[in-house]
Ligand binder design. Structure first.
Ligand SMILES: [Zn+2]
Length: 292
């Protein structure tokens, strides 16, 4: 049993992200880039109120906007009376497909023969967190499961099937659990409103809140929401690493498991230190490792 192989290693995902930043002229290690927490506090007042992490009515768009930016122009265009986002998206798909085929002539023919993604992404369904886009990657690069608040229920058939297929059959090299700032699901779990079907879904998040109540109550509301995002990612990582297929892949071929937080207000990913102690690794293997 190679316990050392269970340790999280330097992240190739982070290197992929760094490459994307480099293409954009950014350096992720650059201290001038806004941190997650500093961005929360630097939001203008009118946006802070709309983007309160304690609002259960998740805002459609919480990033700062520059009226002169192309994105803003596009948003304005979509709101004209005769424009509909779905119809324009279908038109844009044809343009995108043609342009992508010109720039990468081998891409679609290759994808038609199968997929070999290196990354499994377990993230939130939030529209502001499109994993392939924010990683600067292309179709075929990322296998994905997303749900509300990126909650990894131990018995969830959907996420369990995705993880097993990705790890055992696609043989991905990296599994990522990614939370994000201004998460509506986390905000809901920090409140006490009755939410119907969302209540059982958010139960694991409320349990994390309960176990860490003293810590969360010692923080400001914004800091507490961000801390719960982080704790939820760590909880999700534990669930992922308790799966037999994942444990075997870590031992047998060095599968790496990572925790990230995406800052909606800056577009920047932050990697969490998720190094497990040897004692934790041994206990996990004793309790969860499976054999054929
Ligand atoms: Zn979310």
């Amino acid at each position: 049993m190679n316990v050392a192989r269970l340790a999280v290693r330097p992240s190739a995902v982070a290197r992929t992200v760094e490459a994307a930043y480099s293409r954009a002229g950014l350096q992720p290690s650059d201290s001038s880039l806004p941190s997650v927490s500093s961005h929360v506090h630097r939001l203008p007042a009118h946006l802070s109120s709309r983007c309160s992490p304690f609002s259960t009515s998740a805002p459609a768009f919480c990033a700062k906007t520059d009226p002169s930016s192309p994105a803003s122009a596009n948003a304005d265009q979509s709101n004209t009376p005769n424009s509909d986002r779905y119809s324009s998206a279908l038109r844009q798909n044809k343009e995108w497909a043609a342009q992508t085929a010109r720039e990468h002539p081998d891409l679609f023919p290759t994808l038609a023969t199968g997929q070999q993604p290196q990354i499994l992404w377990l993230g939130c369904s939030d529209s502001r967190c499109p994993e392939t886009t924010l990683l600067g990657l292309k179709p075929g690069d990322v296998f994905v499961h997303r749900n509300i608040a990126n909650i990894m229920h131990p018995g969830d058939l959907s996420s369990g099937a995705v993880i097993e297929y990705a790890v055992q059959h696609l043989r991905v090299n990296h599994v990522v659990v990614c939370g994000h700032t201004f998460c509506g699901g986390v905000a809901a779990a920090m409140g006490n409103k009755q939410l119907g079907i969302l209540d059982p879904w958010l139960l694991p998040l409320r349990l994390v809140r309960e176990r860490n109540l003293a810590l969360l109550q010692s923080l400001s509301e914004e800091e507490a929401a961000l801390k719960l995002v982080e704790l939820n990612v760590r909880e999700g990582l534990d669930v992922v690493k308790q799966k037999g297929a994942v444990l075997n892949a870590i031992q047998e071929r060095g599968l790496q498991v990572h925790g990230l937080i995406y800052d909606v207000a800056s577009g920047v990913l932050r990697e969490l230190d998720t190094q497990d102690s040897e004692e934790t690794i041994k206990s996990r293997l004793t309790a969860f490792a499976v054999r054929d």
